[in-house]
Design a protein around this ligand. Structure first.
Ligand SMILES: N[C@@H](CCC(=O)N[C@@H](CS)C(=O)NCC(=O)O)C(=O)O
Length: 384
């Protein structure tokens, strides 16, 4: 069985699914979302233009990076199980699936879209190569890039990138790079000798945007060579960890969490927890105003809408306003599900780790209704 991965080389979320398929040795071909077949056949079936989409030979579709990984993990087909089995590692895996996918969007957007002098020739060629129909003339390619560029620059502002926040975004990203670099001194992946969901979460922003666009790629190569090598490693089928002496493809023994990883978790607490507080509170208020919202619906006017509003929060001395995406609740629930599904002993190990790293609020920040994914869309569950 060979799958088709519909996406683009420069897409953040396609990068997560692609890395997983490569690492698991699952046969697939990369298909450009600019192909007519994507627009004409796939998009109508998933109800909106969104990538990645994985298509099986029988035509079955899975939209969403987290769901693609969950699908293969549930089938038992993965050669390196992505969800760790020990309590603290399992929890850390889900924390980085959330933080990787959603918590580094500000630097990813900023370093792609605010360095035109260095980035623009590359990103304009790269965007139009994957989004324009094969053989499209240059003026059509330019028009496609301009349209995408305008739309995404607007999205960047809605994520909280502004003249005021840019210095803090750069400082925060530099801190993140230094912490991840320090952690990778001892092991080739986040949790040891093989990749897990923690790595697949982080590769999303760190590959296509921060590791591949010219300006941020150079920054990563010169400031954090190990992180850059990890982005390469995450896109290779073998372990590709010769510089570590090809260690066993196992996770840290006894559910161990090295100090360098605790430091990264503390960074997540400082950098991202304020936003989680804000979007959960906003979502609960939004749900409270919609007691009639039917289960199985998104509560939004259009099927392609993905944000329910804007929430403000204090971040590194600034008041940041950012859009609220229900999808983030989906990933937050996965962290809580790991905790809820464990028995008392492992739960107390997880709670101690969260306490020690400043992340204990993650367990209590819940929405009044569960966020589900049905028919490739985010919808709300039953009222409690
Ligand atoms: N959580 C989603 C996020 C997908 C997503 O936002 N993909 C972007 C490209 S990286 C997209 O398709 N955006 C829609 C658009 O640009 O209209 C997933 O992993 O599938």
């Amino acid at each position: 069985m060979t799958y088709r991965l519909w996406g683009t080389p420069n897409s953040l979320y396609t990068g997560k699914a692609r890395s997983y398929l490569i690492k698991q040795g699952i046969p697939f071909v990369n298909c450009a979302a600019g192909e007519a077949r994507f627009r004409e056949e796939i998009v109508p079936k998933i109800s909106r233009w969104i990538i990645p989409v994985l298509e099986s030979e029988s035509g079955a579709l899975i939209q969403d990076g987290a769901d693609i990984i969950a699908h293969f993990e549930a089938s038992g087909a993965s050669r390196h199980p992505a969800y760790p089995q020990t309590p603290r590692h399992a929890l850390i895996g889900q924390i980085f699936e959330l933080f990787g996918g959603e918590g580094l969007l500000r630097p990813a957007m900023h370093f792609r879209w605010n360095f035109d002098e260095v980035n623009r020739p590359f990103i304009s060629a790269d965007f139009s190569a994957s989004l324009a129909p094969t053989g499209a003339p240059q003026d059509m390619r330019d028009a496609i890039f301009d349209m995408a560029s305008k739309r995404i620059r607007k999205a960047m502002a809605s994520f909280g990138v502004s003249a005021e926040t840019i210095p803090a975004i750069e400082a925060s990203y530099a801190e993140f790079l230094d912490l991840f670099e320090a952690h990778l001194v001892h092991s080739p992946f986040v949790l040891g000798g093989r990749p897990t969901i923690a790595d697949y979460g982080l590769i999303a922003p760190l590959y296509a945007h921060l590791g591949r666009d010219p300006y941020p790629a150079r920054l990563m190569q010169t400031r954090a060579h190990r992180v850059w090598r990890w982005t390469e490693r995450m896109n290779r089928a073998d372990q590709d960890a010769g510089e570590y002496g090809a260690p066993a493809e196992t996770l840290f023994p006894d559910d161990h969490v090295p100090e360098t990883l605790k430091a990264l978790l503390r960074f997540v607490a400082e950098d991202y927890l304020p936003e989680i507080h804000a979007f959960v509170a906003f979502t609960n208020a939004w749900l409270a105003q919609r007691p009639e919202l039917r289960a199985g619906t998104s509560g939004l006017d259009r099927v392609q809408d993905r944000f329910i509003g804007e929430a403000a929060f204090d971040w590194r001395g600034h008041t940041v306003k950012a859009v609220v995406a229900p999808y983030r609740i989906y990933l937050l629930q996965k962290i809580q599900d790991v905790f809820d599904g464990a028995v008392a002993g492992p739960q107390s190990d997880m709670a101690s780790l969260l306490e020690e790293t400043g992340l204990k609020d993650l367990l209590g920040l819940r929405t009044s209704r569960r966020l589900l994914r049905q028919n490739h869309l985010e919808v709300w569950g039953e009222k409690p």
